[in-house]
Design a protein around this ligand. Structure first.
Ligand SMILES: C[S@@+](CC[C@H](N)C(=O)[O-])C[C@H]1O[C@@H](n2cnc3c(N)ncnc32)[C@H](O)[C@@H]1O
Length: 498
């Protein structure tokens, strides 16, 4: 499908027909059941075929718009009556396939955050055996889209920006809690499909802008910026949806550098990214270097790291080029680029910036590969506040603070089966980032008594009496340990109490 010359009345008519046919996530789940539903989430359509072999409107919608299977023309005309099927054909949203009809785009239902049904429009998914996607392919919402949507903070905002909107999924998420959303993309086709997403979802507060990175919103500032950018790193920008054409990981570096100039006071920016692990360089220095000097508090989290071969395989599978005649050449070319550039791995993760307006911004870069409580957006502002407050508290302030152990923290004694003396004491978070941290006996004792009523200093004096350790030694050592435990969310200082 080259263009989508959609008339204004088409989206509401199509929406009405889809809703009447029960094409919403609940209806799809009920119809498919857990096994076929889970298979479809993996882009495996075969189990869903048996559940959609009727001529009813839900079977028609599922086969056309999600499974990408041609459907009997009569059944489509019955489901999209009163000239709607012809209007969809005129718009290129349907096309003939022999004597059947097939979809020109993918339309998947979406649960709006405040209730209600939305629809996400993208290009048809490329599956193994299909031709590779076109250079301007518009990808549908996937795992990375979900990850960014869960990372972004949930507070209501006036103005939000979705940079690289693609099918429009992030803007759709933001539309429910932002007064106005700007959605940008360098791919004009993506903007056409995104506009269809917004119209079909009856979202009135998103405006689309064409152009690269921050260029289309040059003068604008936002309370919230999100981007799931084309972060894939390789020798060539072959697909706009995943590769920026900038060298290496420069697109993420450029976004981090550009975002602060578009953040309103107290504004937030959440990005997904890939970064290079280059021989002889610590990746933390690389990503921390992007964030340092932005004037914002920053938090970078590496969620995963792949070696170059795993990375190339992942993305050649993504573009259904695995197993094709060009596979080996593409693989060698891509791997050769990593080798020539001394790349040992590629990290994937989250980049968050907060325009806190302080003169001493704090940047924390870390690796968290374990499952965390979702959505992170429910508590991400508290994570950055903990990091920043801990860093800014002086030793005396820490000793004078009535700290409280965070809710959900438990203590574990570890040792071999039957142990009498523990080899290690571990504090573990049952909530939030679910960190675990080995602590010494003094810190464990503090955790046992820090309930927000007494300052640390007299508590340390009492612990010193019990353990026989000199109180001054404990006072000297405690601030550094407490600072990192506050930064990691095990202890809450009074400044962060609600
Ligand atoms: C990985 S897709 C993300 C789509 C969607 N926002 C999501 O979360 O699923 C990246 C998007 O960035 C767009 N893009 C690529 N290069 C860009 C650039 N230089 N400036 C703005 N957008 C760009 C692509 O066209 C694509 O729509």
């Amino acid at each position: 499908m080259d263009t989508v010359p959609v008339t204004d009345d088409l989206p509401p008519r199509l929406r009405a027909a889809l809703l009447t046919g029960g094409y919403a996530l609940d209806g799809v789940r009920d119809r498919l059941g857990p096994m076929a539903g889970a298979a479809l989430a993996r882009e495996e359509v075969v189990p869903a075929l048996a559940a959609t072999d009727g001529a009813d409107p839900l079977s028609v919608a599922l086969r056309l718009w999600w499974l990408q299977i041609p459907v009997d023309t009569g059944a489509v005309r019955a489901a999209y009556a009163d000239g709607l099927a012809d209007a969809l054909l005129d718009a290129g949203l349907l096309a003939y396939c022999g004597d059947q009809l097939r979809a020109g785009v993918r339309i998947r239902p979406w649960d709006a955050e405040g209730g209600g049904v939305g629809y996400i429009v993208s290009d048809l998914a490329a599956r193994p055996g299909d031709a590779p996607p076109a250079a301007d392919h518009v990808v549908g919402a996937g795992g990375a889209s979900d990850s960014l949507a869960r990372l972004a903070h949930r507070e209501p905002v006036e103005r939000a920006l979705d940079l690289g909107t693609g099918c429009g999924v992030q803007a759709l998420h933001l539309s429910g809690r932002a007064g106005a959303v700007d959605a940008t993309d360098v791919n004009g086709r993506a903007l056409e499909l995104a506009r269809l997403t917004f119209a079909l979802s009856e979202v009135p507060n998103v405006r689309t802008h064409h152009g690269s990175l921050f260029e289309p919103v040059r003068e604008q500032r936002y309370d919230l910026i999100v981007s799931n950018p084309p972060f894939v790193i390789g020798p060539a920008g072959r697909y706009t949806y995943r590769e920026s054409g900038l060298p290496g990981d420069d697109v993420c570096r450029a976004l981090v550098a550009g975002a602060p100039g578009h953040l309103a006071p107290d504004g937030w920016c959440h990005l997904l990214g890939n970064w290079l692990h280059v021989r002889g360089e610590d990746w933390r220095d690389r990503v921390g270097g992007w964030m340092a000097g932005t004037g914002c508090d920053g938090w970078a989290v590496q969620r995963d790291v792949q070696d170059p071969a795993e990375y190339v395989e992942l993305w050649l599978r993504d573009s259904v080029e695995a197993g094709t005649p060009k596979y080996r050449e593409l693989y060698e070319d891509w791997l050769g680029w990593f080798t020539r550039n001394d790349v040992e791995g590629v990290g994937f993760g989250w980049l968050t910036l907060h325009a806190a307006g302080t003169l001493d911004p704090v940047v924390r870069v870390e690796e968290l590969t374990h499952p965390v409580a979702e959505p992170v957006g429910d508590y991400v502002t508290g994570v950055l506040a903990g990091i920043a407050d801990a860093y800014r508290m002086g030793d005396g302030e820490l000793l004078a603070a009535a700290l409280r152990v965070a809710p959900g923290v438990t203590q574990e004694y570890q040792g071999p089966p039957g142990f009498t003396d523990p080899e290690a004491i571990v504090l573990r978070q049952g909530e939030g980032l679910r960190r675990a941290r080995q602590v010494d006996t003094v810190t464990a004792a503090l955790a046992g008594v820090c309930d927000g009523t007494l300052p640390v200093d007299p508590l340390l004096a009492a612990i010193a009496e019990l353990t026989g350790e000199p109180a001054d030694d404990l006072r000297t050592k405690a601030p550094e340990v407490l600072r990192s435990l506050i930064a990691e969310g095990f202890f809450i200082p009074p400044s962060l109490e609600d």
